[in-house]
Design a protein. Structure first.
Length: 159
């Protein structure tokens, strides 16, 4: 994927589609996804280094950012997009708190430098979302609804 998209929602959505298309055939169903953090239109991806993780968390400290989770389900090569935008307000964190957190959770492979499924939840004072599972990368409420509509057996769904 070569073009650089600066709009966070468009970037995540495009990457989800491209990832799914890279594996799609007429016979299979493919789920592709991408997740990124947007703070004042600045995109934060995976930090990959301790220093970059601390820098990202420092920039978000005390502020509200958006966690954008985009998924594309390709069914018979037809795209079915799912988009979830979660707003998270981070507590104001000291440099020591940030460094301790990064050492503890090692979120170097996580967009925005936190792992909500580990102790990253403690970094926040408010989370606004429609589907908490989207924070972990896969919006299961929308996905199971879509798959159920396509006739897949989903526990709790129509039989």
């Amino acid at each position: 994927f070569k073009q650089q998209i600066t709009d966070p929602v468009q970037r995540a959505s495009t990457l989800a589609v491209e990832k799914a298309k890279s594996l799609a055939t007429a016979q299979n169903i493919v789920i592709g996804g991408d997740q990124l953090v947007s703070l004042d239109s600045q995109i934060f991806g995976k930090p990959h280094t301790f220093e970059k993780a601390c820098e990202q968390l420092s920039q978000m400290s005390g502020k509200t950012h958006e966690l954008i989770t985009a998924v594309c389900v390709l069914i018979k090569e037809k795209p079915h997009p799912i988009l979830n935008v979660t707003r998270l307000k981070m507590r104001t964190l000291s440099k020591e708190q940030i460094e301790n957190y990064v050492h503890r959770d090692q979120p170097l492979d996580s967009a925005g430098s936190y792992k909500i499924e580990k102790s990253g939840l403690t970094l926040f004072e408010k989370i606004e979302c429609e589907d908490f599972s989207a924070i972990q990368g896969l919006p299961l409420l929308a996905l199971t609804t879509l798959l159920s509509q396509w006739g897949f057996c989903i526990p709790g769904g129509p039989s």
